[in-house]
Design a protein around this ligand. Structure first.
Ligand code: ASP
Length: 348
Protein backbone atom coordinates (compact mmCIF):
# COMPACT_ATOMS: atom_id res chain seq x y z
CA UNK A 1 0.00 0.00 0.00
CA UNK A 2 1.47 3.41 -0.80
CA UNK A 3 0.64 6.83 0.59
CA UNK A 4 2.78 9.56 -0.83
CA UNK A 5 3.07 12.43 1.64
CA UNK A 6 2.91 13.48 5.26
CA UNK A 7 -0.45 15.04 5.95
CA UNK A 8 -0.26 18.83 5.55
CA UNK A 9 -1.87 19.31 8.91
CA UNK A 10 0.54 16.96 10.71
CA UNK A 11 2.47 18.44 13.61
CA UNK A 12 5.66 16.72 14.71
CA UNK A 13 8.03 16.96 17.65
CA UNK A 14 11.65 16.34 16.68
CA UNK A 15 13.81 15.32 19.60
CA UNK A 16 17.54 15.60 18.98
CA UNK A 17 19.50 13.44 21.44
CA UNK A 18 22.89 13.50 19.69
CA UNK A 19 24.89 11.01 17.62
CA UNK A 20 26.86 11.26 14.37
CA UNK A 21 23.93 12.90 12.60
CA UNK A 22 24.70 16.20 14.35
CA UNK A 23 28.45 15.89 14.78
CA UNK A 24 31.29 17.97 13.41
CA UNK A 25 35.03 17.43 13.45
CA UNK A 26 36.74 19.33 16.25
CA UNK A 27 39.51 21.44 14.71
CA UNK A 28 41.85 20.96 17.64
CA UNK A 29 41.60 17.19 18.16
CA UNK A 30 40.15 15.89 14.88
CA UNK A 31 37.53 13.77 16.73
CA UNK A 32 33.78 13.98 16.17
CA UNK A 33 31.93 16.13 18.69
CA UNK A 34 28.20 17.00 18.81
CA UNK A 35 26.86 20.25 17.40
CA UNK A 36 23.54 21.99 18.05
CA UNK A 37 20.19 21.60 16.32
CA UNK A 38 20.48 25.04 14.72
CA UNK A 39 23.13 23.62 12.43
CA UNK A 40 20.93 20.67 11.48
CA UNK A 41 18.23 23.08 10.28
CA UNK A 42 20.90 24.98 8.40
CA UNK A 43 22.11 21.83 6.62
CA UNK A 44 18.63 20.53 5.73
CA UNK A 45 16.61 23.60 4.79
CA UNK A 46 14.22 21.22 2.96
CA UNK A 47 12.55 20.23 6.23
CA UNK A 48 10.94 23.65 6.31
CA UNK A 49 9.29 22.79 2.97
CA UNK A 50 7.90 19.39 3.97
CA UNK A 51 4.45 20.77 4.50
CA UNK A 52 4.06 19.68 8.09
CA UNK A 53 4.61 21.79 11.17
CA UNK A 54 7.26 20.80 13.66
CA UNK A 55 8.86 21.86 16.92
CA UNK A 56 12.24 20.81 18.20
CA UNK A 57 13.57 19.71 21.51
CA UNK A 58 17.34 19.31 21.74
CA UNK A 59 19.28 17.55 24.48
CA UNK A 60 21.78 19.91 26.06
CA UNK A 61 24.46 18.74 25.69
CA UNK A 62 23.75 16.23 22.90
CA UNK A 63 25.17 12.80 23.67
CA UNK A 64 26.94 10.05 21.81
CA UNK A 65 24.53 7.13 22.06
CA UNK A 66 27.17 5.01 23.81
CA UNK A 67 26.20 7.09 26.84
CA UNK A 68 22.48 6.27 26.59
CA UNK A 69 21.06 4.87 29.80
CA UNK A 70 17.76 3.69 31.28
CA UNK A 71 17.41 7.09 32.99
CA UNK A 72 17.48 8.80 29.60
CA UNK A 73 15.00 6.28 28.12
CA UNK A 74 12.67 7.24 30.97
CA UNK A 75 13.18 10.96 30.25
CA UNK A 76 12.36 10.33 26.59
CA UNK A 77 9.22 8.38 27.48
CA UNK A 78 8.11 11.16 29.83
CA UNK A 79 8.87 13.84 27.25
CA UNK A 80 6.70 12.08 24.66
CA UNK A 81 3.97 11.38 27.20
CA UNK A 82 3.96 15.03 28.31
CA UNK A 83 3.60 16.28 24.72
CA UNK A 84 1.50 13.40 23.42
CA UNK A 85 -1.66 15.35 22.71
CA UNK A 86 0.15 18.30 21.08
CA UNK A 87 1.67 16.32 18.20
CA UNK A 88 0.72 13.75 15.56
CA UNK A 89 4.09 12.04 15.60
CA UNK A 90 7.54 12.04 17.18
CA UNK A 91 10.96 11.85 15.52
CA UNK A 92 13.97 10.99 17.66
CA UNK A 93 17.39 11.80 16.19
CA UNK A 94 19.73 9.36 17.90
CA UNK A 95 23.18 7.84 17.51
CA UNK A 96 22.97 4.58 15.63
CA UNK A 97 25.15 2.59 18.06
CA UNK A 98 22.48 2.04 20.70
CA UNK A 99 19.43 3.14 18.73
CA UNK A 100 17.93 -0.37 18.77
CA UNK A 101 18.13 -0.47 22.59
CA UNK A 102 16.35 2.88 22.95
CA UNK A 103 13.67 1.88 20.42
CA UNK A 104 13.12 -1.44 22.19
CA UNK A 105 13.00 0.14 25.66
CA UNK A 106 10.45 2.75 24.55
CA UNK A 107 8.29 0.09 22.92
CA UNK A 108 7.89 -1.69 26.27
CA UNK A 109 7.37 1.51 28.28
CA UNK A 110 4.57 2.72 25.97
CA UNK A 111 1.10 1.24 26.25
CA UNK A 112 -1.56 1.73 23.56
CA UNK A 113 0.63 3.93 21.41
CA UNK A 114 -1.49 5.46 18.65
CA UNK A 115 1.12 7.80 17.13
CA UNK A 116 4.42 7.14 15.34
CA UNK A 117 7.63 7.39 17.36
CA UNK A 118 10.43 7.00 14.84
CA UNK A 119 14.13 6.97 15.57
CA UNK A 120 16.68 7.81 12.93
CA UNK A 121 20.30 8.86 12.63
CA UNK A 122 23.03 8.65 10.05
CA UNK A 123 26.38 7.14 9.27
CA UNK A 124 27.90 10.41 8.03
CA UNK A 125 27.54 13.72 9.87
CA UNK A 126 25.00 16.12 8.48
CA UNK A 127 27.61 18.57 7.22
CA UNK A 128 29.36 16.00 4.97
CA UNK A 129 28.56 16.29 1.27
CA UNK A 130 27.66 12.58 0.93
CA UNK A 131 25.69 12.49 4.17
CA UNK A 132 22.83 10.02 4.55
CA UNK A 133 21.29 12.29 7.22
CA UNK A 134 19.18 14.24 4.76
CA UNK A 135 17.24 11.33 3.32
CA UNK A 136 16.89 9.68 6.71
CA UNK A 137 15.45 12.79 8.39
CA UNK A 138 13.17 13.86 5.56
CA UNK A 139 11.58 10.43 5.02
CA UNK A 140 11.29 9.82 8.76
CA UNK A 141 9.34 13.08 9.04
CA UNK A 142 7.08 12.06 6.16
CA UNK A 143 6.31 8.71 7.75
CA UNK A 144 5.82 10.22 11.22
CA UNK A 145 3.22 12.56 9.74
CA UNK A 146 1.50 10.08 7.42
CA UNK A 147 -2.17 9.39 8.12
CA UNK A 148 -4.98 7.40 6.59
CA UNK A 149 -8.58 8.32 7.46
CA UNK A 150 -7.23 10.56 10.20
CA UNK A 151 -5.27 7.73 11.86
CA UNK A 152 -1.47 7.41 11.93
CA UNK A 153 -0.16 4.97 9.30
CA UNK A 154 2.44 3.54 11.70
CA UNK A 155 1.50 3.90 15.38
CA UNK A 156 4.62 2.05 16.55
CA UNK A 157 8.13 2.71 17.84
CA UNK A 158 10.25 2.27 14.71
CA UNK A 159 13.70 2.81 13.28
CA UNK A 160 14.02 4.36 9.84
CA UNK A 161 17.37 3.99 8.08
CA UNK A 162 18.45 3.86 4.46
CA UNK A 163 15.00 3.55 2.83
CA UNK A 164 13.57 1.01 5.30
CA UNK A 165 11.27 1.40 8.26
CA UNK A 166 11.64 -1.38 10.82
CA UNK A 167 9.81 -2.22 14.03
CA UNK A 168 12.26 -0.87 16.64
CA UNK A 169 12.30 -3.94 18.88
CA UNK A 170 13.08 -6.21 15.90
CA UNK A 171 16.01 -4.17 14.67
CA UNK A 172 19.77 -4.50 15.05
CA UNK A 173 22.70 -2.36 13.99
CA UNK A 174 24.72 -4.75 11.88
CA UNK A 175 27.17 -2.56 10.00
CA UNK A 176 29.48 0.23 11.12
CA UNK A 177 30.30 1.49 7.62
CA UNK A 178 27.45 0.94 5.19
CA UNK A 179 24.48 3.25 4.86
CA UNK A 180 22.17 0.27 5.39
CA UNK A 181 23.40 -0.04 8.96
CA UNK A 182 20.34 -1.85 10.35
CA UNK A 183 18.49 -5.03 9.67
CA UNK A 184 15.52 -6.93 11.01
CA UNK A 185 16.09 -10.56 10.08
CA UNK A 186 13.11 -12.05 11.89
CA UNK A 187 10.42 -9.57 10.87
CA UNK A 188 9.69 -7.81 7.58
CA UNK A 189 10.13 -4.03 7.21
CA UNK A 190 7.04 -1.97 8.05
CA UNK A 191 7.65 0.31 5.09
CA UNK A 192 10.03 0.80 2.19
CA UNK A 193 10.74 4.21 0.66
CA UNK A 194 11.12 4.39 -3.09
CA UNK A 195 9.33 6.81 -5.37
CA UNK A 196 6.38 6.21 -3.05
CA UNK A 197 6.47 4.95 0.50
CA UNK A 198 5.10 1.41 0.48
CA UNK A 199 3.54 0.51 3.83
CA UNK A 200 3.32 -3.10 4.98
CA UNK A 201 -0.04 -2.47 6.60
CA UNK A 202 -0.77 -6.10 7.49
CA UNK A 203 2.25 -6.15 9.82
CA UNK A 204 1.71 -2.82 11.55
CA UNK A 205 0.34 -3.06 15.10
CA UNK A 206 -2.65 -0.87 15.92
CA UNK A 207 -3.36 0.16 19.54
CA UNK A 208 -5.64 -2.19 21.47
CA UNK A 209 -7.27 0.66 23.42
CA UNK A 210 -7.47 4.43 22.90
CA UNK A 211 -5.73 5.53 26.10
CA UNK A 212 -1.96 6.01 25.77
CA UNK A 213 0.06 5.62 28.96
CA UNK A 214 3.64 5.00 30.00
CA UNK A 215 5.06 2.57 32.50
CA UNK A 216 8.69 3.47 33.13
CA UNK A 217 9.60 1.11 35.95
CA UNK A 218 12.86 -0.63 35.03
CA UNK A 219 15.21 -2.91 36.94
CA UNK A 220 18.75 -3.31 35.61
CA UNK A 221 19.84 -6.29 37.73
CA UNK A 222 20.62 -8.43 34.71
CA UNK A 223 23.78 -9.91 33.20
CA UNK A 224 24.85 -11.58 29.97
CA UNK A 225 26.57 -14.93 29.66
CA UNK A 226 27.89 -15.35 26.14
CA UNK A 227 28.97 -18.93 25.52
CA UNK A 228 32.02 -19.92 23.50
CA UNK A 229 33.90 -23.21 23.15
CA UNK A 230 36.37 -23.32 26.02
CA UNK A 231 34.48 -21.02 28.39
CA UNK A 232 35.81 -21.70 31.89
CA UNK A 233 33.83 -22.52 35.01
CA UNK A 234 35.21 -19.48 36.85
CA UNK A 235 33.88 -17.18 34.10
CA UNK A 236 30.44 -18.81 34.16
CA UNK A 237 30.32 -18.68 37.96
CA UNK A 238 31.46 -15.06 38.06
CA UNK A 239 28.57 -14.02 35.81
CA UNK A 240 25.97 -16.19 37.52
CA UNK A 241 27.04 -14.95 40.96
CA UNK A 242 26.81 -11.27 40.07
CA UNK A 243 25.52 -9.48 43.20
CA UNK A 244 21.74 -8.74 43.15
CA UNK A 245 21.34 -10.68 39.89
CA UNK A 246 17.69 -11.32 38.95
CA UNK A 247 18.07 -12.58 35.37
CA UNK A 248 20.78 -13.59 32.94
CA UNK A 249 20.62 -13.62 29.17
CA UNK A 250 22.50 -16.73 28.06
CA UNK A 251 23.68 -16.27 24.49
CA UNK A 252 23.77 -19.76 23.06
CA UNK A 253 24.77 -21.53 19.84
CA UNK A 254 22.46 -22.14 16.86
CA UNK A 255 18.91 -23.05 17.88
CA UNK A 256 19.65 -22.28 21.53
CA UNK A 257 22.14 -25.06 22.21
CA UNK A 258 24.59 -25.05 25.11
CA UNK A 259 27.38 -27.04 26.73
CA UNK A 260 26.27 -30.38 28.23
CA UNK A 261 29.21 -30.82 30.64
CA UNK A 262 27.86 -31.67 34.13
CA UNK A 263 29.62 -28.68 35.77
CA UNK A 264 27.81 -26.31 33.40
CA UNK A 265 24.40 -27.89 33.88
CA UNK A 266 24.90 -27.79 37.67
CA UNK A 267 25.81 -24.10 37.62
CA UNK A 268 22.63 -23.29 35.68
CA UNK A 269 20.38 -25.55 37.73
CA UNK A 270 21.58 -24.00 40.97
CA UNK A 271 20.84 -20.40 40.00
CA UNK A 272 17.47 -21.31 38.48
CA UNK A 273 16.52 -23.10 41.71
CA UNK A 274 17.50 -19.90 43.55
CA UNK A 275 14.91 -17.94 41.50
CA UNK A 276 17.21 -16.39 38.90
CA UNK A 277 15.80 -16.33 35.38
CA UNK A 278 18.04 -17.75 32.65
CA UNK A 279 16.86 -16.55 29.24
CA UNK A 280 18.19 -18.52 26.28
CA UNK A 281 18.89 -16.29 23.26
CA UNK A 282 20.71 -17.49 20.20
CA UNK A 283 23.92 -15.79 19.10
CA UNK A 284 22.55 -15.94 15.53
CA UNK A 285 20.76 -12.78 14.39
CA UNK A 286 18.30 -14.70 12.20
CA UNK A 287 16.10 -17.59 13.36
CA UNK A 288 14.97 -18.74 16.71
CA UNK A 289 15.72 -20.73 19.85
CA UNK A 290 14.05 -24.16 19.76
CA UNK A 291 14.57 -25.85 23.08
CA UNK A 292 14.58 -29.61 22.62
CA UNK A 293 15.39 -29.74 18.94
CA UNK A 294 18.87 -31.01 19.80
CA UNK A 295 20.08 -32.98 22.79
CA UNK A 296 22.23 -29.94 23.61
CA UNK A 297 19.15 -27.91 24.43
CA UNK A 298 16.65 -30.52 25.63
CA UNK A 299 18.12 -30.45 29.15
CA UNK A 300 17.84 -26.65 29.29
CA UNK A 301 14.07 -26.88 29.08
CA UNK A 302 14.03 -29.57 31.77
CA UNK A 303 15.96 -27.44 34.28
CA UNK A 304 13.76 -24.36 33.72
CA UNK A 305 15.62 -22.23 31.20
CA UNK A 306 13.33 -19.62 29.56
CA UNK A 307 13.00 -19.55 25.78
CA UNK A 308 14.13 -16.28 24.20
CA UNK A 309 12.58 -17.34 20.90
CA UNK A 310 13.59 -14.99 18.05
CA UNK A 311 14.08 -11.83 20.11
CA UNK A 312 16.98 -9.53 19.33
CA UNK A 313 19.57 -9.02 22.04
CA UNK A 314 18.36 -5.44 22.38
CA UNK A 315 14.75 -6.52 22.86
CA UNK A 316 15.78 -9.21 25.34
CA UNK A 317 17.78 -6.74 27.49
CA UNK A 318 15.08 -4.08 27.60
CA UNK A 319 12.16 -6.50 27.96
CA UNK A 320 13.89 -8.10 30.94
CA UNK A 321 14.58 -4.70 32.53
CA UNK A 322 10.97 -3.72 32.03
CA UNK A 323 9.43 -6.97 33.26
CA UNK A 324 11.72 -7.08 36.31
CA UNK A 325 10.76 -3.46 36.98
CA UNK A 326 7.12 -4.56 37.32
CA UNK A 327 8.04 -6.78 40.27
CA UNK A 328 6.06 -9.78 39.04
CA UNK A 329 6.71 -13.23 40.53
CA UNK A 330 9.42 -15.21 38.70
CA UNK A 331 6.96 -17.60 37.04
CA UNK A 332 4.82 -14.77 35.62
CA UNK A 333 7.95 -12.99 34.39
CA UNK A 334 9.08 -16.17 32.63
CA UNK A 335 5.69 -16.60 30.94
CA UNK A 336 5.64 -12.96 29.79
CA UNK A 337 9.20 -13.28 28.46
CA UNK A 338 7.97 -16.01 26.14
CA UNK A 339 4.85 -14.02 25.15
CA UNK A 340 4.88 -11.25 22.52
CA UNK A 341 4.02 -7.97 24.29
CA UNK A 342 4.89 -5.42 21.59
CA UNK A 343 5.47 -7.59 18.54
CA UNK A 344 9.03 -8.33 19.66
CA UNK A 345 8.88 -12.09 19.12
CA UNK A 346 7.16 -14.61 16.90
CA UNK A 347 4.93 -16.90 18.90
CA UNK A 348 5.29 -20.53 17.98
N1 ASP B 1 28.84 6.91 17.98
C1 ASP B 1 27.67 7.41 17.33
C2 ASP B 1 26.50 7.25 18.26
O1 ASP B 1 25.92 6.20 18.33
C3 ASP B 1 27.44 6.70 16.03
C4 ASP B 1 26.22 7.16 15.26
O2 ASP B 1 25.58 8.14 15.58
O3 ASP B 1 25.86 6.53 14.29
O4 ASP B 1 26.14 8.18 18.94
Amino acid sequence: MSFPRASDSAKLLIIYTGGTIGMVYDDATGVLIPMGFKEIKYHIPEIARLGCEFDMHAFNPPIDSSNMSPDIWIQLAQLIHGHYHNYDGFVILHGSDTMAFTASALSFMFENLSKPVILTGSQLPIGEIRTDAKENIITTMEIAGAKKNGEAMVPEVCIYFDYYLFRGNRTKKNNTEKFDAFYSLNFPPLAEAGIDIQYNDANIIKPAAPSFSINTKLNTDIAVLKLFPGIAINTVEAVLHTPRLKAVIMETFGNGNAITAPWFINCLRKVIDDGIIVLDRTQCDGGSVELGRYETSAYLKAIGVTNGNDMTFEAAVTKLMWLLGQGYPVEKTRILLETPLRGELTEK
